[in-house]
Every structure is written in C-alpha cells, then in structure tokens.
Design a protein around this ligand. Structure first.
Ligand code: FES
Length: 145
C-alpha cells in the first residue's frame, strides 16, 4: 500500500526536531483529521534555507511527507521552496494512497506558514505567497520584541 520511500521516510524521518531562534515558524492543523504540523526554517541573509526541521503530531503519511518536504527545501532559495507543492512531495515519494493525499498538504501548508512568518518578521513580500489560512500562531508571543 505504501511505497518503499514512504516507509523509509516514516521509519527514518529526516530533519525531525526544532530550530532555536528560527527565521520562520509555521504551525498548521489538518481540519480533516485534527493532526498538527510545525515547520522551522533557518534562512540566511541571501534568502537561502540553511536548515529546516519539522515536528508533527500526525500520522505516518504526514511524517513521511514532511520528512521528504524538508529534504526538498533544504539548501534551496525561498522561490524554489515555493515550488515544493504537496504534489511534488508525493511524486518524490513515489505516490501516496488516495485516502492519504490530504496528509501531504500539511507539509506544504506548514512551509508556507513558516515562510509567511519569516516574511512578516522581515517586512518583505514573497512572490505568490498567500497568508496561511490555518496558521495557529502558537508561541508567537515570545518571539515579539
Ligand atoms: Fe492526519 Fe494523515 S491522517 S495527517
């Protein structure tokens, strides 16, 4: 039912954890199942994603897609990261069962939410980025001045 790549990323997730003083943090919830995903981005002064970590309270498919998504955005520019859609992540994982497609949206949305957080903090505009609908804004208070 699951591809080998999905199983591999589920069993050995890449980039799990958090980043202290992250440039951007995005937290989103999946309305369908109630699962939660948080992405931390460390972005350098040239707009390159130096590091990325994720934490999830979610299913195996959410873990695998987040793991793959972090691999796909690491070392990339913000514009390149914007192209990492859930479709791209699923292709990189050799597909997901149809009932699990919604899980892959968590990673994409959390990355966008983290980029939005970064853009807001730095007062910049990221081409094509929309305000995240489901950003939970958890823990943001402590990051304010
Ligand atoms: Fe909730 Fe997969 S069932 S993210």
């Amino acid at each position: 039912m699951y591809s080998e790549k999905v199983m591999d990323h589920f069993q050995h997730p890449r980039n799990m954890g958090e980043i202290e003083n992250a440039s951007g943090i995005g937290t989103v919830g999946n309305a369908k199942c109630g699962d939660i995903m948080r992405i931390f981005l460390d972005i350098d002064e040239n707009g390159i994603i130096r590091d990325v970590k994720f934490k999830t309270f979610g299913c195996g498919a959410a873990v695998a897609t987040s793991s793959m998504a972090t691999e796909l955005v690491k070392g990339k520019s913000i514009q390149e990261a914007m192209k990492v859609t859930n479709q791209a992540v699923m292709e990189a994982l050799d597909g997901l069962p149809p009932v699990k497609v919604h899980c892959s949206l968590l990673a994409e949305e959390a990355i966008h939410a983290a980029l939005w957080d970064y853009a807001t903090k730095n007062n910049i505009k990221i081409e094509g980025l929309q305000k995240p609908k489901s950003d939970i804004h958890e823990g943001e208070e402590e990051e304010e001045y």
